[in-house]
Design a protein around this ligand. Structure first.
Ligand code: ATP
Ligand code: MG
Length: 716
């Protein structure tokens, strides 16, 4: 292996420097991951280190597999003992060997989030807690924060004192931990915590694991949290540690990642050396110029500038379309152009990235229409998402008496209609040769239901009938229906999952349909139109465009990258803008930097005019577009519009029906409010057009647009 031809001078130094701990700080695409890969190969091939004593920790399984393959390519079979994995898989490995010291069997079961939800539901029934009062999702988060802060259930109960809400949560936490222990279950947090606990408390085991590793590497070190950091410290007694990262790419602060661990690495790991890489090998000069200009706007950062020898290259293109539909159309035709005009390029070299998952809907529809195969990484295709399927089933039921739709939603949200009752309804339907819905409405006396269930079913039928007779525009009928059948209430329990965003996005799709089918915007036509997308199971030809959220794209690279939805309030997200201080905004800017620097040959940034259902205001281009300046970028389509600093969302737009009559300057701290989704609350802060409102638990504190129609003031 001739490192001189494979790496530049600094990279080679980083790959071969073995005299002390090492920190590599470098910008995107400068070869950090490549250096770690060659460093491992060098250790095995040139130095003769036992591969089994080399550990490399990556952020995702995908990254681990890629690194493993690469090492094996270089050093062949000799590399096979190297441990290249995520931190969670490392902990699983440790626990399978040693968890017996905690009286767990080595074949313990790992719980995923669905298992956690199911367990908490079960405990709620036992402890008589209503999921509407403390949402399941917020309970999971509470438990996780207790655990990462190492607060035991007993301590949590003490801390809760007389606060009944807190006490209930602490009790669920206690029951949750007990249940897991009794059934030998571990959640994701336990994997890290129990592994660290064992190492902290069993010196023999610690010594054994410390002796295991001579060389430890951690990629994406800017995103480690406290426990991960401690684990690396514990394991490194006899090892040389090499960490690599880019502080400008910290994008997991919201989950406890802390950039100070890489910045202060030199204090804990002594002696040490820092190597800075500043040559970017991934991207063209223009992509880099735009990315550097953007990240420079962050105030809290180490100044470092990347350069590339690939000067120029294609301009970065920023395109403003007339509507989201046109934005997606523009992207799809660009993709077709690229694939047909550029020799050797195919769909796999192209990625479409977005800030939030709901944003994939429009582009997915266009890709399906054009017959361009795509895959979504780290998520489901829009029309396969549970809440979208549920909502469409409700609409199908409103449209006609479809049995499949009925079966899907009759007990979602729960109305006490279990398998037995459903069979009962099916029998009645069969008997009279009618649909399930008719059986329930026309022959309810033949169906055994509890009194509570009867009431729920009555509400359900009324909501469906109301929707059938509704004279409202379709998207409003839909909105009302989702509220009336209790679906929105049910999602309230999962606020952090952003599932409500997908419902809003579906509403948007109905709205768009009406605009483009003014002649016959009927529900029937909409459902027919949409069936093209819902039945889409394309045959896998191995050639597909990759779609994913920016968080998923960390560490990856593609020849052509599209970043869509660059509108103020979407990206940066309006939640981050409502934050005090600039921390939220700076993290969004780092996220944009991660997105832009995934591109090798050309970068396309898009946004559109029109009205945003998310911010409830006319859309303007993201400030990030403004911030990148004019070098290396050209604008196409409509002229970009930027928000001035005292911009107030205008209410006089064509879609007035979406905006309430609240005046934005009419609010003061202490105002009582009612919100259609969050319920009652009190204004605790007024920040121009944004209100911080404390809602009753479990909703808690939210930042909202003052003029949103869902918000009503209760006092003057
Ligand atoms: N010296 C080099 N010669 C040729 N190609 C290189 C060299 N250094 C890096 N590259 C290539 O540049 C691209 C970016 O490298 P790599 O993914 O290792 O960067 P990174 O710093 O880990 O980026 P990120 O911050 O996005 O994780 C890869 O395709 C890599 O193979
Ligand atoms: Mg990398």
């Amino acid at each position: 292996m001739d490192l001189d031809t494979l790496l530049n001078k600094n990279q080679k130094e980083a790959a071969t420097y073995l005299d002390s701990h090492l920190r590599i700080i470098a910008g995107a695409g400068s070869g950090k991951t490549r250096v770690v890969t060659y460093r491992i190969a060098h250790l095995i091939q040139d130095i003769g280190i036992d591969p089994r004593s080399i550990l490399a920790i990556t952020f995702t399984n995908k990254a681990a597999n890629e690194m493993k393959e690469r090492v094996n390519e270089i050093v062949g079979i000799h590399g096979s003992g190297t441990l290249i994995c995520t931190i969670h898989s490392l902990c699983v490995r440790l626990l399978r060997q040693h968890i017996n010291v905690l009286n767990y069997p080595s074949n313990f079961t790992i719980m995923d989030e669905e298992d956690q939800k199911a367990l908490i539901k079960k405990l709620y029934t036992q402890l008589e807690i209503d999921a509407k009062v403390i949402s399941i999702k917020s309970m999971i988060n509470t438990i996780s924060s207790y655990k990462t802060a190492r607060v035991s259930p007993q301590r949590a109960i003490e801390l809760a004192g007389q606060f009944s809400g807190e006490l209930k949560k602490a009790k669920v936490y206690e029951a949750y931990e007990n249940y897991k222990e009794d059934h030998f279950l571990l959640d994701f947090d336990d994997l890290l915590l129990k592994a660290v606990y064992i190492l902290d408390n069993y010196p023999d085991i610690l010594e054994k694991w410390q002796r295991k590793f001579q060389y430890i590497h951690v990629d994406e070190f800017q995103d480690v949290g406290e426990i991960e950091y401690h684990l690396v410290q514990l394991l490194s007694k006899y090892a040389i540690v090499c960490v690599v990262g880019d502080p400008d790419q910290t994008i997991y602060s919201f989950r406890g990642a802390d950039v100070h661990f890489i910045l202060d690495f030199d204090k804990d790991f002594k002696p040490n050396k820092t190597i800075i890489l500043d040559q970017n090998y991934r991207s063209t000069g223009n992509i880099l110029k735009v990315s550097n200009n953007l990240i420079r706007k962050n105030s809290q950062r180490l100044e470092k500038n990347l350069y590339t020898k690939q000067t120029g290259g294609e301009d970065v293109i920023h395109h403003v379309a007339k509507s989201e539909e046109e934005e997606a159309n523009w992207i799809a035709s660009k993709i077709e152009d690229i694939v047909s005009n550029q020799e050797g390029v195919n769909y796999r070299d192209i990625a479409i990235l977005y800030r939030a998952n709901y944003l994939s809907r429009t582009i997915e529809q266009v890709l399906i229409r054009k017959g361009i195969d795509y895959r979504i990484f780290g998520g489901l295709k829009f029309f396969n998402r549970k809440e979208v399927k549920d909502a469409l089933s409700y609409l199908r039921l409103v449209c006609n008496q479809e049995d499949l739709a009925f079966e899907r939603i009759i007990n979602t949200p729960a109305r006490g209609i279990g398998k037995k009752t459903l069979e009962n309804i099916q029998l009645v339907a069969l008997n009279y040769q009618i649909s399930l819905y008719e059986a329930l409405t026309l022959h309810s006396e033949e169906i055994r239901l509890s009194n509570k269930s009867k009431k729920e079913v009555r509400g359900f039928v009324e909501a469906i009938e109301k929707a059938r007779q509704s004279k409202l525009p379709l998207h409003e009928m839909f909105e009302q229906l989702m509220i009336d059948v209790g679906y929105i209430d049910m999602l309230k329990n999962d606020l952090e999952d952003n599932r409500i965003d997908n419902i809003h996005e579906l509403q948007r799709s109905i709205y768009d349909f009406q605009v483009s089918h003014e002649d016959a915007p009927t529900l029937e036509n909409y459902l027919q139109d949409i069936s093209l997308y819902t039945d889409n199971d394309s045959i896998d030809q191995g050639q597909y465009v990759s779609l994913m959220s920016i968080h998923m794209a960390k560490g990856l690279e593609f020849d052509y990258v599209f970043v869509l939805g660059l509108s103020e309030g979407i990206f940066p997200s309006f939640r981050s803008l409502a934050d005090d201080g600039d921390e939220g905004l700076e993290e969004e800017r780092r996220l944009a930097y991660v997105a832009f620097t995934r591109a090798k040959k050309q970068l396309f940034l898009t946004d559109s005019e029109g009205f945003s259902f998310v911010t409830d205001s006319p859309k303007v281009s993201s400030r990030f577009i403004d911030e990148v300046g004019n070098e290396g970028i050209v604008h196409s389509g409509s002229k970009p519009r930027f928000k001035t600093s005292d911009y107030i969302p205008k209410q006089t737009v064509s879609k007035e029906e979406l905006i309430g009559d609240n005046k934005v300057d009419d609010w003061k701290v202490g105002d009582l409010v009612n919100h259609d989704v969050f319920g009652k609350g009190v204004v605790v802060k007024v920040n121009k057009t944004i209100l911080d409102i404390a809602f009753e638990l479990p909703v808690g504190l939210k930042s909202l647009m003052a003029n949103h129609k869902a918000l009503k003031k209760l006092t003057n």
